[in-house]
Every structure is written in C-alpha cells, then in structure tokens.
Design a protein around this ligand. Structure first.
Ligand SMILES: [Zn+2]
Length: 101
C-alpha cells in the first residue's frame, strides 16, 4: 500500500552527517561516504531535541511502517511516501535454533 503520510518532521532531530573516520561534517543530504577520506557517514542527532519531543507514545502513535521512526531519519522533506516498508515481524525458527544449539 502506497500513501502520502503526515509526519512530525518539524521536530526532526537529525542535524548533520558526520564522518566516522575523520569527523568532517556535511549538511543533511543523500550521501553516505566522506569526500575527504571515504569514511562512512553517520547521522548526527540533537539529543536534547529527542528528549523534548520523542517518547515511546509518539513513536507508537506513528504509522505502521518505518515512518514511525521519522524523528530519527535524516529526511529533509515533509512530503514522504509510505510504501509499507518496515515492521517486518521476527519469526522464531525452531529448526535453525536446534541446528545452532
Ligand atoms: Zn572523512
């Protein structure tokens, strides 16, 4: 199911992308590798904003998809499309568990 959804992007908590190797910072954009050293980029968060705006209840009130975690996704647009990604259930595999016991 694909649908446009409303999310709480006004309270987005991602502030920048930061290189895990050299510490270079980049504005939020579709980028995963550092221009300086090819190190991986990680999302830098405003943890005070997270404490102020994100609770278990706000997450549970979100859509039944990955957009439930919108406050933690470095997406700069308010126009997001939900194609139902996420919420994959964990299913116990008894035969696999026995094989590794
Ligand atoms: Zn770097």
């Amino acid at each position: 199911m694909t649908q446009a959804i409303e999310t709480q992007s006004a309270t987005a908590t991602a502030t920048a992308l930061k290189c895990k190797e050299c510490g270079a910072e980049y504005e939020l954009q579709a980028k995963h590798v550092c221009d300086c050293c090819f190190g991986p980029l990680e999302v830098k968060y405003d943890y005070n904003a997270i404490r102020r705006t994100v609770t278990r209840q706000t997450i549970e009130a979100g859509p039944n998809s990955i957009w439930r975690y919108r406050s933690f996704l470095p997406v700069a647009t308010d126009n997001v499309i939900d194609v139902g990604t996420g919420m994959t259930p964990l299913v116990k595999s008894h035969r696999l568990a026995r094989a590794w016991a």
